[in-house]
Design a protein around this ligand. Structure first.
Ligand SMILES: *Cc1c(COP(=O)(O)O)cnc(C)c1O
Length: 413
């Protein structure tokens, strides 16, 4: 095979992207670097065939090995997360969440989720998403004083609006979730409780974030964030979910296919199976522990330079910085850091007085740089560079050089 001969333009662009990744620090908390094994499964002949249906009940012929692969993926996910049911076909996190709505609710039903500007996800009822448009979405947020979830307020709201479904999960919340408390609230009003662990799935597997399994009915996740697999999604049902509604697995299977999707992307499913195998190794537990050590080290270094961290620190893989005392906007910060070789993203902070396209904060995380093998010592350097380019934007070229030098010592997987 000679990819470069067949399509030199795309081959060249991929090569350049590889180089960009090699020479910069990926610090967007939702991102990671996959293993060569995951990428090999993803780029295999499994992309060639249709496999509508589920293992043993397909609509197409020639699927002997596809069935074995999807079954293996399911078995690995069930074992790793400790759940009796999983669907591994959703194309990504948002379609997985959409399937949960379609399986459980009718349009107009009441649903509760964390609002996007406070750290929730679009699909948890935000107004521009299907979830806010076609359902009666009631949003909860964080406390104005502490920026933490206020469980008493959430309970009060839930009792008042009686949602049929409650979502817990976030894209920019630096603290643990109290799953047990959410479980109590949902049980009190008879609601379904869904944990969206897209960001933290890998941390849960590594045992460094509490698991929602005993307390929620349904779990959705992406497979490409801390779990470190290919882009994809999964929906799980817990024992608690089965005892509330034994029909849940059937409802979800039927909704994913034929309700929402056609043929599953089996190359993706094979790559998810590989990532689940990797995630069940002792090395992955160590990886998860190091993600947390790194983000705590980074947070404490950044604090030393007088930055304001939302909630004062972090329990997980991400840090949210309020830049208002530093005279730089989230957008400006993102641009100058990108020029320095540090990729982060601008982010709203709770109760942000500024608009979402130029918010007051930035969000940064350690999953990808921890995959490269970086530790506390490197976090110290990174915090220094971040402070340096914010204090003196002209220093970005110097920092860019130093970032490149550091990256050389920590090759991509
Ligand atoms: C990333 C994320 C999703 C959506 O995943 P996509 O793959 O981008 O559709 C859903 N929920 C949460 C909490 C997320 O962080």
């Amino acid at each position: 095979m000679n990819f470069k001969k067949i399509d030199s333009q795309i081959a060249k662009l991929i090569e350049r992207e590889r180089e960009r990744q090699e020479t910069t620090l990926e610090m967007i908390p939702s991102e990671n670097h996959t293993s060569a094994a995951v990428r090999e499964a993803l780029g295999s002949v499994l992309t060639d065939k249709y496999a509508e249906g589920y293992p043993g009940k397909r609509y197409y012929a020639g699927l002997e090995f596809y069935d074995k692969i999807e079954t293996l993926c399911q078995e690995r996910a069930k074992k790793l997360f400790g759940v009796p049911y999983v669907n591994v076909q959703p194309y990504s996190g948002s379609p997985a969440n959409q399937a949960v709505y379609f399986a459980l609710l009718e349009p107009g039903d009441t649903v509760m989720g964390m609002s996007l500007p406070h750290g929730g996800h679009l699909t948890h009822g935000w107004k521009v998403s299907f979830s806010g448009k076609y359902y009666n979405s009631i949003q909860y947020g964080v406390d104005k004083e502490t920026n933490l979830l206020n469980y008493n307020e959430i309970e009060k709201l839930a009792k008042e609006v009686k949602p049929k479904l409650i979502w817990v999960g976030a894209t920019a919340y630096p603290r643990f979730f109290n799953w047990e408390k959410f479980g109590e609230i949902a049980d009190l009003i008879g609601a379904y409780l869904a944990a969206d662990i897209a960001h933290i799935a890998g941390l849960i597997i590594a045992g460094v974030h509490p698991s929602p399994v005993p307390y929620v009915h349904i779990i959705t996740t992406t497979t490409h964030k801390t779990l470190r697999g290919p882009r994809g999604g999964m929906i799980m049902v817990t024992e608690k979910g089965l005892s509330k509604d034994p029909e849940l697995p059937k409802k979800i299977d039927k909704t994913v296919f034929p309700g929402l999707q056609g043929g599953p992307h089996e190359n993706n499913i094979a790559a998810i199976a590989v990532c689940l195998k990797e995630a069940s190794s002792p090395a992955f537990k160590k990886y998860g522990k190091q993600i947390i050590k790194n983000s705590k080290a980074l947070a404490s270094e950044i604090l030393k330079y007088g930055f304001n961290l939302i909630t004062g620190g972090t329990d997980n893989h991400l840090i949210l910085i309020d830049l208002r005392n530093k005279g730089i906007s989230g957008k400006e910060a993102q641009i100058i850091l990108e020029k320095s070789g540090i990729t982060i993203n601008k982010n709203t902070i709770p109760f942000d007085p500024n608009p979402p396209f130029n918010p007051s904060g930035i969000r940064l995380g350690t999953p990808a740089i921890t995959t490269r093998g970086m530790k506390e010592k490197e976090m110290k350097k990174i915090a220094f560079w971040i402070n340096e380019v914010f204090s003196n934007p002209k220093s970005y070229l110097k920092v860019r050089k130093e970032v490149k030098k550091l990256c050389k010592k920590f090759p991509l997987p």
